[in-house]
Design a protein around this ligand. Structure first.
Ligand SMILES: C[S@@+](CC[C@H](N)C(=O)[O-])C[C@H]1O[C@@H](n2cnc3c(N)ncnc32)[C@H](O)[C@@H]1O
Length: 387
């Protein structure tokens, strides 16, 4: 047990988590936070936000206070990165933000003795929390990145926890340990892998961060029914690194398709910030209604008369669009290709607003045993209009 009473330490972290949850941390998870100190799972070099949209390394020896503050704050701490050819640092693994972790664990309702599969071991901290609650014997954690497995095992052993940690592709689950009462992913998915449904015990529960091509936001909480259907709802919150495919160490998306700047400009009819700004629920709903469309902001800093541009791309390469906000506030859209991507996004946003801008928690998903997915509002008999 550590003796920290606030600030940097489990007590301070518990206070930050309570603020995130809007309620006291449940006693069973408070005990786990004490028994599995987060700082014991972080490597001596981590990467922290640089305040300009990127990351800067932080070495414990050189910047002990910065390192320690990050370890005990309610924010993600990146522990593994890849560097793009242009020097951009992109995170591959992080110790997730504690408030989000505790919200997911509360939604998972993990009980002592439960069999739990975690996808995405990372540092091992979350696996340690699970093992502290459910018991070592019931917890299996799978990590794609082989270099992370040994450090996670060592950190777990150092705090007296010994869940099974294995290298593998979490999309396959871990059949040897199935069935599981709980499957909890700590990387985001755009679709539920069939293996996870197959490996859930009757009465089990899946909790997974969600992503669309548009954004990574929301957490799906779903349960199987006896006929092999999976049914669940999203919770607000949770923005996780993606579940990567084995061959996809970097998982970037290459822009393709016709050049929208060659298309005529039309009135955009909607501010691009409505769907790609700070309203994460609007972003998440846009992703649900317009699957396979992604976006990127372009500050257009060096172009006189242009304030910002939002570029849209279809993963099927059937369309591109650019929405431009001029310095005087005029907003135009140019769309190229057989799909008019901005029109699709605006139609989805209008439907959502006309429905009263329902919160993400009112949206649900049904996945049939054959893998057909339906997204609905409030009840499974109210499907949403998806493109
Ligand atoms: C946000 S981090 C996990 C944080 C971790 N639970 C912790 O407590 O430190 C996401 C992790 O998922 C891993 N991951 C990504 N794709 C995966 C896959 N297909 N199978 C297993 N792990 C994967 C990443 O390598 C990364 O370590």
């Amino acid at each position: 047990m550590t003796t920290a009473t606030g600030g940097c330490g489990p007590a301070g972290l518990a206070a930050a988590v309570a603020a995130h949850l809007g309620r006291a941390v449940p006693p069973e998870w408070l005990a786990a936070l004490e028994a599995v100190p987060r700082d014991r799972f972080l490597p001596s070099r981590v990467w922290l936000r640089d305040g300009h949209g990127g990351y800067r390394p932080c070495d414990r020896a050189a910047e002990p206070d910065r390192w320690r503050a990050a370890a005990w704050a309610d924010g993600p701490v990146v522990v593994r990165v890849t560097e793009e050819p242009d020097g951009t640092v992109r995170p591959l693994s992080s110790a997730s933000a504690p408030g989000t972790v505790l919200a997911m664990l509360a939604a998972a309702d993990v009980r002592p003795g439960a069999r739990v599969l975690e996808i995405g071991t990372g540092t091992g901290w979350h696996a340690g929390l699970l093992a502290a609650r459910a018991g070592d014997a019931g917890v299996v954690s799978v990590e794609l990145d082989g270099d992370l497995v040994a450090p996670a095992r060592a950190a777990l052993a150092a705090v007296g926890r010994h869940p099974l940690v294995r290298q593998g592709d979490g999309a396959d689950g871990w059949p040897a340990g199935a069935p599981y009462d709980r499957i909890i992913a700590t990387c985001s998915v755009r679709a539920v892998p069939a293996a996870w449904v197959d490996q859930l015990a009757p009465g089990g529960r899946l909790v997974t961060p969600w992503a669309s091509a548009w954004c990574a936001y929301g957490t799906l909480v779903a349960e199987p029914t006896p006929d092999g259907t999976l049914r669940g709802r999203w919770l607000a919150g949770g923005s996780y690194l993606p579940l990567r495919a084995r061959a996809d160490a970097a998982s970037g998306t290459v822009a393709a398709g016709p050049d929208p700047l060659a298309a005529p400009a039309e009135a955009a009819g909607l501010s691009p910030w409505a769907v790609a700004g700070d309203d994460y629920q609007a972003q998440a709903v846009t992703g649900l209604l317009t699957p396979g469309v992604w976006h990127v902001w372009d500050g257009a800093d060096d172009e006189p008369g242009v304030h910002a541009r939002l570029w849209l791309y279809a993963e099927d390469d059937a369309g591109t669009a650019v929405v431009e906000v001029a310095s005087d506030g005029t907003t135009t859209a140019r769309q190229a290709g057989e799909r008019r991507l901005w029109d699709e996004v605006v139609a989805g946003w209008r439907w959502w607003r006309e429905a009263g801008a329902p919160a993400l928690s009112r949206f649900g998903l049904t996945r049939s045993a054959e893998g057909t997915v339906r997204v609905w509002l409030d009840t499974p008999d109210r499907p949403v209009p998806r493109r």
